[in-house]
Write a protein that binds this ligand. Structure first.
Ligand SMILES: [Fe+2]
Length: 379
């Protein structure tokens, strides 16, 4: 099965489409990152909405990591004062994830966070009921795929939970390449490498199909062709990367992801998501290929699409891209003692992560531990 709920509007200046999208609505709430406010895109968005004749309210200054506490703090104002009939998320993946969670509890106030959230692959949450408020996502970074995905990652008391439901997938995504031009080089690198990991993992899960494959392949080709130029500030390349991020998002929305993501989620305390994925990916490819004929066949297919011979060459290319992009070693991000102290816990939790179920190989806790260790030693 392949599905995509989100209507995608792309192109330079496409932020203007907000005006048309907001017409017919009365009260619009924009959740914006501080960076989009600083670069003037929040006020531009507010103007488009006012042009459409709607009242506009804005929330900025959200913390970098979305949490249920952040959502709960803002809900009373949303319900009693703003009462929006349209939600707009303007920023990176965490702003979009926060907007998705706000939508859930704004539209369905009777819900309790614990009963709808996944902690791991063995939990059985209640389905999210039908929600009504329209959500428009306008990503300013190129990686997370949250502008099309059905997931929102939220912390509660420091633990990461997932809400997964088609109900929270945005109705519209506006991909204006002027926005990601503001990304600092490091953010562009980390999120751009995440796009590659999304492509490779989505292509090799147990539930990938021809339709998700097409999106994954195009995204991977784009990363190899344009990521480095995009990091140098080339506008066309950055635009291509912006679209590739959404394509990879459409791929994993359908085909899900694998062990690199399961492991990076549990190592999130060490560093940025995309960077950890980039560090872990080569070890996961090698592991999967060594254990599964299906995985080897799928990596071989990716390799051929990229004009490479086989999965070994693909692995080499992935490692070389990391080197060229100056991806640090895991041991440069965290000291040995701290890492070893949390290793067992990370491996246990990665084993239970929802995405591990989709990896082409079902790993044991011991194997996951060994992969973390290999990555730490840089072997
Ligand atoms: Fe990711």
């Amino acid at each position: 099965m392949f599905w995509l709920k989100t209507r995608i509007i792309e192109g330079e200046g496409s932020l203007e489409a907000l005006s048309k999208e907001a017409s017919g609505y009365e009260r619009v709430l924009i959740l914006s990152s501080g960076s989009m406010k600083r670069h003037g895109f929040l006020s531009e968005a507010e103007d488009y909405i006012r042009e459409a004749g709607a009242e506009v309210f804005s929330i900025t200054g959200l913390p970098a990591e979305p949490s249920i506490e952040t959502v709960e703090e803002r809900l009373p104002k949303l319900r009693e004062e703003f009462q929006p009939d349209l939600l707009v998320a303007l920023g990176g993946g965490s702003v979009i994830d926060t907007a998705k969670a706000l939508k859930v509890f704004y539209d369905a106030p009777e819900l309790n966070f614990e009963e709808i959230a996944f902690i791991d692959r063995f939990s059985k949450p209640k389905p999210v009921p039908k929600l009504k408020t329209k959500l428009i996502a306008i990503p300013s970074t190129s990686g997370a795929g949250s502008e099309v995905s059905a997931a929102s990652v939220l912390k509660k008391n420091g633990v990461k939970y997932n809400i997964v439901s088609q109900e929270i997938a945005p109705d519209v995504a506006i991909l204006d390449p002027r926005l990601p031009m503001t990304m600092p080089r490091e953010v562009a690198r980390n999120s751009g490498l995440d796009v590659l990991v999304h492509g490779i993992e989505a292509y090799t899960t147990k539930v990938a199909n021809d339709f998700s494959d097409a999106m994954a392949i195009k995204a991977m080709k784009t990363v190899f062709a344009f990521l480095e130029r995009s990091l140098e500030g080339d506008e066309k390349a950055r635009e291509k990367m912006h679209y590739a991020a959404t394509m990879a998002g459409i791929a994993f929305l359908n085909a899900r992801l694998g062990l690199a993501h399961a492991m990076s989620h549990k190592a999130a305390w060490i560093g940025p998501h995309g960077l950890l994925n980039a560090i872990l990916l080569p070890y996961v490819i090698e592991f999967n290929a060594s254990k599964s004929e299906y995985a080897r066949k799928r990596y071989d297919e990716i390799a051929r699409e990229l004009n490479l011979k086989d999965w070994r060459e693909l692995l080499r290319e992935v490692k070389e891209l990391n080197l060229r992009a100056n991806v640090p070693k895991l041991s440069e991000l965290v000291d040995g003692e701290t890492f070893m102290a949390r290793l067992e816990d990370m491996a246990q939790k990665a084993y239970r992560d929802g995405l591990t179920a989709f990896n082409p190989v079902e790993p044991t806790v011991k194997e996951i531990k060994e992969l973390y260790l290999k990555a730490y030693r840089g072997e």
